[in-house]
Ligand binder design. Structure first.
Ligand SMILES: NC(=O)c1ccc[n+]([C@@H]2O[C@H](COP(=O)([O-])OP(=O)(O)OC[C@H]3O[C@@H](n4cnc5c(N)ncnc54)[C@H](O)[C@@H]3O)[C@@H](O)[C@H]2O)c1
Length: 332
């Protein structure tokens, strides 16, 4: 019989429930929790019926005491890199929530730690597992001549008040781009290929006075033989479906809008979707990605959405922030 891996989770806030459910479904054993707020670890145990578990407020103490095989990082953005590095230094596999990191300095430190480590790093870019996205990815292997993506959502003062790290440059590392729109931008580069240059503008208009970071962004990316454009805002009056449109090299116009998938405006059959933990979210990505992460570890195969893969969308976003309208290179 297969031996379960011993898994710990750092950060027991909003997204942690998706991880607990997926760890269990992947047949792994949850062995410890960490959150700086004991009320969060206690609350998670109760809410998700996790049973008796050792709880910590210091993640280093947890890693050194429990010595898990793998750790999931579900904390504010600025902590992802130091927490990943601490796990890598101990050869503990790590699944990191997006974004992998928030600066090029952090990326450099992550790469150095990875060179010395035997552990695998996975980044939670779970929308790549959405059936419609996988189909679009397969269909786009022949090439994409142009594409565009839109994320048009509403995040208000109450949302930004839900965590002191939100809406700040030093802890969230950015606004709509590094948080809400990161998944869609990652899908764009996955489908179109990693671009080399970008011109972009970011704005803090509607949420000025509420957040330091951008609430709206536009960008034009130049890639290998294609151009793709991107618009994202959290200043909308409501949440609208994420939209990606791609003109394939073969001429077909593909469009994915959440569950809808069309080719030249004709609907294609859409894979059925479900709620995650009773919450109406787009798809079941965490469950699929986390199962796949553990399959790769158990089979000793490198997980494809690794540190370098997870760094791509971060490098694209950091270039957007640096652009201020100018055409700039996306950093290596
Ligand atoms: N993949 C997705 O679709 C998705 C969706 C939502 C959130 N996320 C990501 O998940 C991460 C967490 O987001 P959230 O919405 O759950 O935030 P949250 O604020 O609800 O939870 C973060 C938790 O981390 C804890 N924490 C802070 N500092 C800590 C430390 N030093 N040690 C241990 N715990 C600490 C906080 O107390 C809090 O309980 C973010 O990176 C976010 O972008 C990803």
């Amino acid at each position: 019989m297969k031996q379960s891996l011993r898994v710990a989770v750092i950060g027991c806030g909003a997204i942690s429930g998706n991880h607990f459910a997926a760890i269990r479904e992947a047949g792994q054993e949850l062995v410890a929790l960490c959150d700086i707020l004991p009320s969060r670890t206690r609350g998670a145990i109760q809410k998700y019926s996790l049973g008796e578990l050792p709880c910590f407020t210091d993640y280093i103490e947890m890693l050194d005491t429990v010595k898990p095989d793998a750790v999931h990082i579900c904390t504010p953005h600025y902590l992802h890199a130091p927490m990943c590095i601490a796990a890598m230094e101990r050869d503990i596999h790590v699944l990191c929530e997006k974004p992998l990191c928030i600066s090029l300095e952090q990326l450099k430190e992550l790469r150095e730690a990875a060179r010395r480590s035997r552990s695998q790093v996975g980044v939670c870019l779970q929308n790549r597992y959405e059936p419609n996205m996988r189909r679009l990815y397969e269909m786009s292997r022949e090439g994409v001549s142009a594409a565009c993506g839109y994320v048009t959502w509403k995040r208000d003062a109450a949302y930004y008040g839900s965590g002191t790290w939100r809406g700040t440059w030093d802890q969230e590392g950015g606004g709509v781009m590094i948080n809400q729109a990161l998944h869609t931008l990652d899908l764009m580069q996955w489908i179109c290929g990693m671009p080399t240059r970008v011109s972009a503008r970011t704005f803090t208009d509607h949420l000025a006075g509420v957040i330091e970071v951008e609430d709206t962004a536009t960008a034009r990316f130049e890639g290998e033989g294609n151009v793709f454009t991107f618009f994202a805002t959290v200043a909308a009056g409501g949440d609208f479906p994420v939209s990606i449109q791609a003109r394939l090299a073969t001429g077909e116009l593909m469009q994915v809008e959440n569950y809808q998938f069309t080719c030249n405006y004709e609907p294609l059959p859409s894979a059925s979707q479900g709620a995650v933990l009773g919450k109406s979210v787009w798809g079941m990505g965490h469950k699929w990605l986390i199962a796949d992460f553990y399959d790769h570890i158990e089979n000793g195969i490198p997980f494809p959405i690794d540190l370098e893969e997870g760094s791509k969308v971060v490098r694209m976003i950091l270039a957007m922030y640096a652009s201020n309208g100018a055409l700039v290179d996306i950093p290596e």
